[in-house]
Design a protein around this ligand. Structure first.
Ligand SMILES: Cc1ncc(COP(=O)(O)O)c(C=O)c1O
Length: 402
């Protein structure tokens, strides 16, 4: 009998992707009763459990077995209309053939990578960027252009310099830019309107696409910003969205809005690998929910948590530490002076508080050593305050060399 060596059967692409860190390496193993400032999850009390129970009950009452088959639930078709309507609220006009419902924004990103990338493709990413998207892209290529993010989002001047230099040297230009312009993960920053206009101009001038990940769009504290997709005159933006952060992450409802040619290619690979039951349940939930009211209360709740985090940072962190103040979303990005935040994490966890070390959000992990990402979404203000006090203590201890 010949012994099967699984690896010898893998494609070359897979073999090289498997050399990267395993997915989810960044997720700390939490001790019991740890204050979770690491998790980018909605607060448990803000997950609409009762309404989802009702949504399932009324769905099955109305449609019987239909949502439990591969196809046939009218509510699945309804969900697409509901998402089209929500997009219109943000000045994004997407017809039926310009919209694909996916299993979360992450599946949308993976499908986009699948149709646009091969191992020689160059893509531009923000530095730092959303670690799961980075993991996805690294499954397909190792050619990245990394562009810094500051308090006004992606530094488009720097992007222009990089593009110009590549053009001058005859080096391959990026196929697309992956950006999270609004309440970026991990920095919490929002791209200014001038930069939004600039990046669209650059896309035209240097002929690349933009993958806009707008997972946090609805969670603004004060006012919404204009999506790149709404400003896009040339169909260069593939717009990715999600209901994870405003309804429930486990439902995995996301989408891509783009011109029909892209949607057709994406659908080719998505096939029917979605979840009709989750989609139909979401449609039933949306039908019976005043979303404007829900969003308003989520915005208020997250603003209170964010304020609690910011005032605790002022109170407990040493003056050498700095951070960006977000205008929405889930995260605050913290910069320490000369502390290795993955070493600090061991101390923080044993004191009962978690965060995500900055290194995981960078292609070159060394660049992120001094940073850490705090999430204010999960815990309540009292726990947030306690967690930052603990973090302040371990930071001060490490700074004083104890
Ligand atoms: C920027 C960004 N995009 C996408 C997602 C994931 O969205 P989904 O749950 O719809 O896959 C997240 C979740 O943390 C995120 O931060």
């Amino acid at each position: 009998m010949i012994e099967v060596n699984a690896e010898s059967y893998f494609s070359e692409n897979i073999k090289s992707a498997l050399k990267n860190d395993p997915p989810g390496e960044w997720m700390p193993k939490l001790p019991d009763k740890c204050i979770r400032l690491s998790s980018g999850f909605p607060a448990p009390s803000l997950v609409p459990v009762e309404q989802l129970k009702d949504a399932v009950a009324s769905l099955l009452e109305e449609e019987n077995d239909l949502p439990l088959h591969y196809i046939g639930s009218p509510k699945v078709a309804k969900l697409k209309e509901q998402i089209q309507e929500r997009l219109q609220e943000h000045d994004i006009q997407a017809s039926r053939d310009e919209l694909l419902i996916t299993s979360g924004a992450c599946q949308a990103i993976d499908l986009i990578a699948r149709i646009l990338m091969d191992e020689s493709t160059v893509i531009a990413i923000e530095s730092p960027t959303y670690m799961e998207a980075l993991e996805i892209f690294q499954n397909y290529t190792s050619h990245f252009v990394t562009v810094p993010v500051d308090e006004h989002g992606l530094d488009t001047e720097m992007l222009e310099e990089m593009l110009e230099e590549r053009k001058r040297k005859g080096v391959t230009l990026p196929q697309f830019l992956y950006t999270i312009p609004t309440f970026q993960n991990p920095t919490g920053t929002t791209m200014s309107t001038e930069r939004r206009k600039h990046v669209l101009k650059l896309a035209d001038k240097y002929d690349f696409l933009i993958v806009e990940d707008d997972a946090y769009r609805e969670l603004y504290f004060d006012k919404p910003s204009i999506p790149l997709k709404a400003m896009d005159q040339e169909d260069r933006v593939l717009y990715v969205g999600s209901l994870s952060k405003v309804v429930a992450t486990g439902m995995r409802i996301g989408w891509v809005a783009a011109s029909p040619e892209f949607i057709t290619a994406l659908s080719w690979f998505k096939k029917d690998l979605g979840h009709p039951f989750a989609q139909a349940t979401m449609a039933s939930f949306l039908e019976n929910t005043d979303m404007e009211k829900r969003l308003k209360s989520l915005r208020e709740a997250y603003k209170i948590k964010c304020d609690a985090l910011l005032s605790a940072l002022e109170q407990y962190l040493p003056p050498s530490v700095s951070w960006y103040v977000p205008e929405g979303g889930y995260f605050v990005w913290v910069k320490t002076e000369g502390i290795d935040t993955s070493e600090l994490l061991t101390e923080a966890l044993s004191d009962g508080v978690s965060y995500v070390p900055g290194q995981y959000f960078f292609l070159n992990q060394q660049d992120g050593k001094a940073f850490l990402r705090l999430s204010f979404s999960y815990e309540n203000p009292k726990e947030i305050d306690e967690g930052i006090q603990k973090l302040g203590n371990v930071l001060k201890q490490m700074l004083s060399g104890k």
